[in-house]
Ligand binder design. Structure first.
Ligand SMILES: Nc1ncnc2c1ncn2[C@@H]1O[C@H](COP(=O)(O)OP(=O)(O)OP(=O)(O)O)[C@@H](O)[C@H]1O
Length: 798
């Protein structure tokens, strides 16, 4: 008897073959297994008919069209799959990597950017405006409709969470993840728009809670978003927005929590990137820019390190007005708004204060007149004493048991101090904005349930991975664990509903890597130390291996405020600014530095987030960036696959594969596989028992029969399909045989009929000619025609 693998690789079977460029390519099996000595190898031919490099068996990889490939890199392909794709991956006949990828690509071509994988929504960035997808009409359409009834959509997820919250009185969370530029922020905004649509009071008041919730977005974007090489409007912080609802399901409050703002961007930007949007907006603000002695961004060190000042299709002056309007709506008073922009302007002037070496060893002085102007401007705007600002930058106080020692610092240390001051001020400003948004919108202490929307950076793996990547990837591991637990639970729920045995499903847990990071373990199978580097280390994360460079770890982990900086800023005559630093006065630390660690703060924040999330019912949205050029209608298989892996979609599929990935209602199953038992199809069959009979007859075990569906283990559907293919092949051969016989017979009969008619005619004609000759007379009216003449010639020469 043939084994399962042989069945799948039957000659002529449609397959996917793993491919170095396309990830997976369509192919057909030519023969298999190639030799008894290598049963895992399969001879395939690519369906495209184009030569491609494949993973060959026993040969160097080279471009070819037909090849013997490793059987492990070949998977069955459904030739009957709908060209438009399916809206839920669980409907795929083959739930495997190439099946998922091909389905997404097919849908993306048709601008169907949303697809479900069970309850997970996959959203592929269209990189094109699709206004009809998000208008009022669309929101009306999704309102109150059962999840899964309409096409997949972000509104469907938002609606499902809202309805679950109202009906079950249970808090919900929507976790939006994906790599930079994948569309997380846009998706989050759409969710918030939908929730304010269903949960708003429709008062038309521009300062209503829901308007404030919505306007918090442009405000946070102005101060926390920047252009990066991957996204013109990249959020440089993580965000969890909690929208609170009252008993009647109306929005009654909201709270925003933010995570890990990228501080270094304030003072350092890479080529082709920009600083935070608010700097450029203020420079383009006209009167306000003049008031703060600002000019074109190229004049400021913190902005001119890259030469990108403008964003395509964006007017900074208009954006400035929008930010101001958002501040009004969110409830930031005019004087605070003035103080905020004064601080932003001061930061730019601060960045232009340069130093040169002083007369004394290891000392520094302000460089030139221009720098003096900027020093004065920065001091005026910060409302601090200019000489105190200068001495803060050029000197450091060292506390010793014998008393304070004031020490000059060299010019490079003064520049580092200046940048640290700018970063500290900006970070505090950002935190203030978040606090103020929260205060202004207000928390509803009476709120019974909330919907939290998490917009957080996805898994990162670059050429150079530093401390930020470790924090981000740690957060992703935490979220992945939460995700795995949830997907596992959902699987169990479906099995329970169908009353089938689920006890053996394996739970994929990543606790080991969390332990490795959290407990700082020295030896672990997931930890590697490259031989050539003393400072690097690699971690095998759930989404792949990442090598971290630790050179700047310590520095980046220090969450310090230099005491002198604090003294300076708390002495500001601007109550807004001194207020930002008020709680940090009187640092009892003996050193001039107050150390606290970014990692420990982040860990605490993450812990709080995980606690919140575990008290809610989660909904997942995985955003995918289809190509690195941000172009519409371009789908790069390799990169999408990588994101599906990092986003845990493939992990969810793996969990599903560990159980029963293929589920079919009994009637669907009989429709497809009834032909395997034609002898039973005539009777009045009972679907469930016929399904069981088919599976048993095909020697398949370990399947489960649920209440309404049959549950098959991974690979069983391929075996059934292969047998079905065989029967259909035989049947088609028989049909072809009969048809060919029929055609041949029909042809033969008609030829025979024609030749008989011809013979009759010829004989008649010949008879006429011979009679005419015999009689020696040509009867009138019976003249040999050209036809009869030639027939006669023909007949007489034969
Ligand atoms: N649903 C959508 N429809 C149209 N365009 C979209 C959609 N989602 C994203 N985009 C486009 O992609 C760009 C990047 O999206 P977004 O800023 O949401 O990415 P992100 O995942 O939040 O990135 P980052 O992590 O860098 O903040 C948007 O500015 C927008 O042009």
């Amino acid at each position: 008897m043939l084994d399962d693998a042989t069945m799948i690789f039957r000659p002529g079977t449609a397959v996917w073959v793993e491919h170095p460029d396309l990830a997976w390519a369509e192919a057909e099996v030519v023969s298999s297994p190639a030799t008894p000595s290598s049963p895992s190898s399969v001879n395939i031919v690519l369906s495209t008919g184009v030569k491609q490099t494949l993973w060959l068996v026993g040969l160097a990889n080279s471009p070819c069209e037909q090849a013997v490939v490793d059987g492990r890199k070949v998977l069955p392909r459904d030739t009957e799959a709908d060209l438009g794709g399916v809206d839920d991956m669980t409907k795929l006949v083959y739930l495997h990597e190439p099946g998922v990828l091909c389905n997404l690509a097919r849908r993306y071509t048709l601008n169907e950017i949303y697809t479900y994988t069970g309850r997970i929504l996959i959203a592929i960035n269209p990189f094109a405006k699709l206004p009809h997808m998000y208008d009022m009409h669309m929101m009306e359409q999704y309102r109150g409709v059962q999840f899964g009834e309409l096409s997949p959509h972000v509104f469907a997820v938002a609606d499902a969470s809202y309805r679950a919250m109202v009906s079950e009185n249970r808090s919900q969370s929507i976790l939006v993840s994906g790599e930079s530029g994948a569309g997380k922020t846009e998706t989050t905004k759409l969710i918030m728009r939908y929730l304010t649509f269903v949960g708003g009071r429709a008062t038309g008041d521009i300062r209503s809670v829901e308007q404030q919730v919505l306007e918090s977005n442009p405000l946070l974007e102005a101060f926390g978003n920047a252009r990066t090489v991957r996204n013109d409007n990249s959020s440089r912080f993580g965000k969890f927005v909690e929208i609170q609802f009252d008993k009647s399901g109306r929005i009654s409050g909201a709270a925003v929590r933010t995570y890990l703002l990228e501080r270094s961007r304030v003072v350092q930007i890479s080529e082709a990137e920009r600083n935070y949007h608010c700097f450029y907006q203020l420079c383009a603000s006209g009167q306000d820019a003049d008031k703060y002695k600002l000019a074109h961004p190229r004049n400021f060190n913190y902005l001119n390190q890259s030469h990108v000042y403008e964003l395509e299709g964006v007017s900074e002056a208009e954006q400035y007005l929008k930010t101001r309007r958002a501040m009004d709506i969110v409830g930031i008073c005019f004087s605070d708004q003035e103080a905020i922009f004064r601080t932003v302007a001061a930061t730019l002037h601060l960045g232009n204060i340069d130093f040169s070496p002083g007369k004394e060893f290891d000392s520094s002085v302000i460089k030139d007149e221009k720098c003096k102007f900027h020093l004065q401007m920065a001091a005026d705007l910060l409302m601090v004493d200019a000489s105190l600002l200068l001495s803060t930058l050029c000197y450091r106080t060292i506390k010793t048991p014998e008393g304070n020692i004031i020490k000059a610092v060299d010019s490079s240390a003064a520049i580092i101090g200046r940048d640290t001051l700018a970063k500290t001020v900006y970070a505090r400003l950002f935190d203030w904005l978040v606090d103020n948004i929260n205060k202004s919108i207000g928390q509803d202490m009476e709120s019974r349930s909330q919907i939290g929307v998490l917009d957080i950076y996805g898994f990162e793996c670059f050429k150079y991975n530093s401390f930020e990547q470790l924090c981000i990837n740690f957060a992703n591991e935490k979220l992945q664990q939460h995700f795995n637990k949830h997907v596992f639970k959902m699987e169990q729920e479906e099995y329970k509903m169908e009353e089938i045995n689920w006890s053996y499903i394996e739970f994929v847990d990543n606790q080991d890597i969390l332990d490795l990071i959290e407990k700082n373990l020295r030896a672990h199978p997931r930890l590697e130390k490259p031989k050539l580097s003393k400072t690097d280390f690699s971690l095998s994360h759930f989404a792949g291996k990442v090598t971290y460079q630790t050179d700047l770890f310590l520095e980046k982990n220090r969450d310090y405020v230099i005491a002198e900086h604090q003294n300076l800023l708390s002495s500001s005559k601007c109550s807004f600014l001194s207020g930002l630093f008020a709680s940090h006065q009187d640092d009892p630390s003996k050193s001039s530095y107050k150390f606290s660690s970014v990692a420990s703060r982040f860990k605490q924040q993450l812990q709080a987030l995980m606690e919140t999330l575990s008290s809610t019912e989660p909904h997942y949205i995985r955003c995918i960036k289809p190509n690195s050029l941000n172009h519409p209608q371009k789908f790069e298989n390799g990169s999408v696959l990588q994101q599906l892996r990092s986003g845990g979609v493939l992990e969810a599929i793996r969990i599903s594969l560990a159980g029963y990935p293929t589920r079919r209602t009994y009637s669907e199953f009989i429709n497809r596989f009834g032909l395997l038992v034609p002898e039973h199809m005539d009777e009045r069959f009972e679907e469930r028992s016929l399904t069981q009979r088919i599976l048993k007859q095909q020697n398949l075990a370990n399947f489960q029969l649920g209440r309404t569906k049959v549950f098959l283990r991974a690979g069983q559907i391929a075996v059934l399909d292969s047998r079905r293919g065989e029967i259909l092949d035989n049947a088609s051969r028989t049909v072809q045989g009969h048809f060919r016989t029929f055609i041949a017979r029909k042809k033969f009969l008609s030829t025979m009929k024609a030749s008989i008619s011809m013979q009759i005619y010829c004989r008649g004609e010949l008879r006429v000619i011979s009679l005419s000759k015999k009689e020696g007379v040509q009867r009138r009216g019976i003249k040999p025609t050209p036809n009869t003449k030639s027939l006669y010639r023909c007949a007489t020469t034969q």
